[in-house]
Design a protein around this ligand. Structure first.
Ligand SMILES: Nc1ncnc2c1ncn2[C@@H]1O[C@H](COP(=O)(O)OP(=O)(O)O)[C@@H](O)[C@H]1O
Ligand SMILES: [Mg+2]
Length: 340
């Protein structure tokens, strides 16, 4: 079948791992009837805590794992029936690094570019280097130069990867992921373990890649800032299910109002009565030693809240006023935080 406009189309995708740890009858699906689609050119994220099923979805979409049921199409091809076509259309950056540390950055890219037949016209043709190899090499070298430049590694290109920082390694992996002009780039937790500054740089560079090469990007993350900053749309996933899917703006608008969190001395819970008495509080929640209240114009209400706490003899350790984040959306739907 010919490739359609949609980059990804997932319908009722389910994965049960065989021989799972718990009793067979009660084994929960790692991925449970997940459906979503991604248009060409989007940056899309699956956001969710550890164990939510993100990597499992990515593995199915990249043909590394067979779904138990449901269907998925990538670049118009069925992940179960047209594996080779899917593989030719995608680039993957895994959670675990997979570079050869003894080679230079350029050598790593060259190796990958050869496997994918960069410069051979048809990306899927992995044939030899016989005819027109000079031209092929030139095309390949130009492409390597181009991607090195995009990830700002030109100056380090001829150093062995072993000497790279964590951020440089990650950038090189991303470069390798798209060197062969894939239609869709999959990134599984692309900035895991990187410091804030490096993270930001990688984000900007994923954005640029998306804009410059029109690449569709599908990533997973448990960092709400990452999904918020980077993605046009976000699917929030928990326990194998997508619990909400929309633009970050619309997701946060679901929460709407301001959130005021109080950290209470000796928070043993059961404060609902105290704070629900305040008639401007539209919602109440207790979690991890905090009490979170939802209201309009929280900035004006803090004095009243503190007064109410004082009257009950509650000692407030800290107060925090914030606009809703994707973490709050997650909290709203699950009663838990993304980061436990
Ligand atoms: N090979 C496997 N065998 C059995 N269970 C697995 C396997 N891989 C993952 N799981 C389970 O599937 C669930 C989803 O895992 P995963 O997709 O890795 O989540 P995430 O990437 O969101 O952290 C978890 O409960 C995990 O323990
Ligand atoms: Mg994972």
């Amino acid at each position: 079948m010919k490739a359609k406009e949609r980059a990804i189309e997932v319908r009722g995708l389910t994965k049960r791992y065989r021989g799972s740890r718990s009793a067979a009858a009660t084994t929960a699906a790692a991925v449970d009837r997940v459906s979503f689609s991604v248009e060409a050119g989007e940056i899309f994220a699956l956001l969710g805590p550890n164990g939510a099923g993100k990597t499992t979805v990515i593995k199915i979409l990249t043909t590394l794992l067979k779904p138990t049921s449901g269907t998925a199409r990538v670049a118009g091809f069925d992940v179960s029936k047209e594996k080779d076509s899917v593989r030719r259309s995608i680039g993957i950056v895994f959670q675990e690094p997979s570079l050869d540390w003894r080679l230079t950055g350029r050598e790593n890219l060259d190796f990958h570019a050869r496997i994918y037949g960069v410069g051979q016209g048809d990306q899927g043709d992995q044939g030899g280097e016989r005819r027109g190899s000079g031209k092929r090499r030139r095309v390949r070298e130009e492409r390597i130069e181009e991607v090195l430049k995009l990830v700002e590694l030109e100056e380090k290109a001829d150093e062995v990867v072993d000497k790279y920082s964590g951020g440089m390694k990650r950038r090189l992996e991303i470069a390798r992921g798209f060197i062969h002009h894939p239609k869709v780039l999959f990134l599984d937790e692309p900035t895991l373990g990187l410091d804030t500054q490096t993270r930001r740089r990688i984000w900007d560079f994923i954005k640029e890649l998306n804009a410059r090469e029109g690449l569709t990007v599908v990533l997973t993350t448990h960092q709400m800032e990452e999904a918020d900053y980077l993605c046009g749309r976000v699917g929030i996933i928990d326990r194998g299910r997508i619990i909400s899917l929309d633009t970050p703006r619309n997701l946060k608008d679901l929460i709407g109002s301001d959130l005021v969190s109080l950290e209470l001395e000796e928070n043993s819970g059961g404060y609902e009565e105290v704070f629900k008495r305040l008639d401007f509080v539209t919602e109440f929640r207790e979690h991890d030693g905090f009490v979170t209240l939802k209201m309009e114009r929280g900035d004006l209400r803090i004095p009243e809240i503190l007064e109410a706490a004082r009257q009950e003899g509650l000692e407030v350790r800290s107060v925090n006023l914030r606009k809703p984040s994707l973490e709050d959306v997650f909290l709203q739907f699950t009663g838990r935080r993304i980061r436990e």
